[in-house]
Design a protein around this ligand. Structure first.
Ligand SMILES: Cc1cc2nc3c(=O)[nH]c(=O)nc-3n(C[C@H](O)[C@H](O)[C@H](O)COP(=O)(O)OP(=O)(O)OC[C@H]3O[C@@H](n4cnc5c(N)ncnc54)[C@H](O)[C@@H]3O)c2cc1C
Length: 526
């Protein structure tokens, strides 16, 4: 059995759905998602989407400067210009599609209530309470369902790309409803599979963020880059959980916007500490806040620090952060009066499939957009609220350029179907997952060094060897992808012998522009 379309999009988050809307103006589009539509990191995004839409108090130049500043010398300047300039129009289109962002009440004519977040000089974060991603996903999904040329295939897992003679012909997929494997052919394929931070023990990422797109692309011969740069969000809720939960469930995020509204960080002795680490204190770039928290936790021999917002006022907290307020209440914590125990968690991958500004990879017919990519808009450290914008802007661009191929002839594979036969027991999967996740957390986390990285890589490569053959079911497929992404992160972190942005090596604690102001690129010949 096979299926075919003009443009195949793998992923239904902000990047995939935006790409689908643009591509549908040119040809037939299929969107496949491994979960239900809306089961994405996009849907979880709290804080907001950054765009210089306030032309009086803000400018795209200022947004550009802040993005470059956070990126620690590794941003691709022309890509950042595209992000901040085209981002304004893409956000306005979102609003036209019906996305409801919070409106200003008393801010002197500003139509929207714009928030401030770490390392932004201006208020430029549009938000819908603290459920901004869900609002955006809803607006995009609604628009996609109105398009006759777009077909959505939920619960359809892409296993591998079909690449022959250097050209991507589509993807081999597993229909999770029927357990049937078939080839989905297309004239161009766009990967929009999101992040990979499930390779870490503690992460804010949803369960589906297992790095499938990066692993599939790498196996097919695509270049991947900047894999050492993982952003650790400074403030995820620390809670006592059953061990079983920890390896499956994401940590609940306490948005950066909470610090933007005045939340302060205290160590367990009740001392405010961020002023010691950075002039912007709680609003310093994320890597700095995460490392400061890490240091305070070590010093005080604790598991967490506290985020205190009791001075902000109960009504404002409930109105501005309804989801955080409700979720914490359900877990026995009233954030209007109780300090929130928080610690960093793996949050975002700056690295991924190498693309140009039009979403093109080094494989003909293969495009990519969103968190699974790396084209240098985030450099070594992403500026808060820039990733939704990234998916929106470059999802659109990837679709424009992928659509140039719709008059090409559809090609199909001549290869014989490979048998799928490898299945692990649930117990083995849990054990291997735990080896990957705990090694990544303790040795490839916020602070790294050569011995730890080598040790983690050895352990992960051992797991990789055990799962080499074609896996049969979703969790085995995801495990294989996680192992491959984890190994790539370890290798890149070992190779970069300096500290920069989110990558901190205690054995090379300073940046070295002379040797390392460059991107590390990895590829294999399949
Ligand atoms: C808790 C949290 C809060 C965040 N808050 C913010 C914020 O306030 N502002 C901001 O800018 N960013 C935020 N981010 C980051 C941002 O949400 C993500 O970077 C962004 O949504 C990624 O979008 P995407 O379209 O690339 O991927 P996603 O939204 O993750 O979508 C990925 C899609 O790919 C599909 N998929 C994956 N693998 C396969 C496969 N093998 N086969 C088929 N389909 C597959 C999934 O089913 C899903 O549909 C946050 C992230 C998290 C986790």
């Amino acid at each position: 059995m096979s299926n075919q379309t003009d443009i195949l999009i793998i992923g239904g988050g902000i990047a995939g759905l935006r790409a689908a809307l643009t591509a549908s103006q040119f040809g037939k589009v299929a969107v496949i998602t491994k979960g239900r539509i809306g089961e994405t990191a996009t849907e979880k995004a709290q804080g907001g989407i950054a765009a210089a839409i306030d032309e009086i108090r803000d400018s795209t130049l200022s947004h550009f400067e802040d993005t470059i500043g956070a990126g620690a010398g590794l941003c691709n300047e022309s890509a950042v210009k595209i992000l901040v300039n085209e981002g304004v129009d893409r956000v306005k289109e979102l609003i036209e599609m019906g996305a409801q962002f919070d409106r200003a009440e008393t801010e002197g004519g500003r139509p929207f209530a714009l928030a401030l977040e770490g390392a932004h000089k201006r208020r430029r974060i549009l938000h819908a309470g603290d459920r901004t991603g869900a609002e955006i996903e809803k607006a995009l999904a609604h628009e996609v369902t109105r398009q006759k040329k777009v077909l959505v295939f939920p619960q359809t897992l892409s296993i591998d790309l079909i690449v022959e003679n250097g050209k991507c012909l589509g993807a081999k997929v597993l229909d999770l409803k029927t357990n049937r494997v078939y080839n989905f052919y297309a004239k161009s394929t766009i990967l929009a599979t999101g992040g990979l931070c499930q390779v870490y023990l503690y992460t804010t990422n949803p369960e589906m963020a297992t790095g499938d797109g990066v692993a599939m692309a790498y196996r097919a011969g695509a270049e991947v880059t900047d894999m050492e740069f993982i952003q650790f969000h400074p403030t995820s809720l620390v809670q006592s959980k059953q061990f079983e939960d920890i390896i499956a469930l994401p940590q609940f995020l306490i948005s950066e916007a909470v610090r933007g509204e005045g939340g302060i960080l205290l160590n367990i002795n009740g001392e405010r500490f961020m002023e010691k680490y950075h002039a912007k204190a709680e609003l310093a770039p994320r890597d700095i806040v995460s490392r400061a928290i890490y240091e305070e936790i070590q010093k005080t021999k604790s598991t967490h620090v506290f985020l205190d917002l009791s001075h902000i006022g109960s009504e404002k907290i409930k109105k501005r952060f309804p989801v955080i307020h409700k979720t914490c209440l359900e877990r026995g914590l009233d954030i209007t009066s109780d300090p929130i125990p928080v610690a960093p968690a793996a949050h975002y991958s700056m690295g991924g499939i190498k693309t140009d500004e039009n979403g093109k990879t080094n494989i003909e017919g293969l495009f990519a957009a969103g968190e699974c990519t790396s084209l240098g808009v985030h450099g070594a450290n992403r500026l808060a609220s820039n990733s939704l914008l990234d998916g929106l802007v470059f999802g659109h661009r990837a679709a424009l350029f992928a659509s140039e191929k719709i008059n090409d002839k559809l090609e199909k594979s001549h290869k014989k179907e490979e048998k799928i036969f490898f299945k692990l027991s649930l117990q083995e999967i849990k054990r291997f997952k735990l080896i990957i996740k705990s090694n990544m957390w303790s040795k490839v986390g916020i602070v790294r060094d050569e011995n730890g990285l080598k040790d983690a890589l050895t352990k992960i490569v051992e797991v990789e060897k055990r799962i080499k053959n074609n896996p049969e079911d979703q969790i085995s497929i995801e495990l294989k992808n996680m192992a491959e992404c984890a190994a790539l992160i370890c290798k890149a972190a070992l190779d970069r012998k300096e500290s920069r942005g989110a990558h901190f090596r205690s054995d090379y604690p300073s940046p070295s522009n002379k040797s390392w102001k460059k991107h590390l690129v990895y590829t294999i010949i399949p």
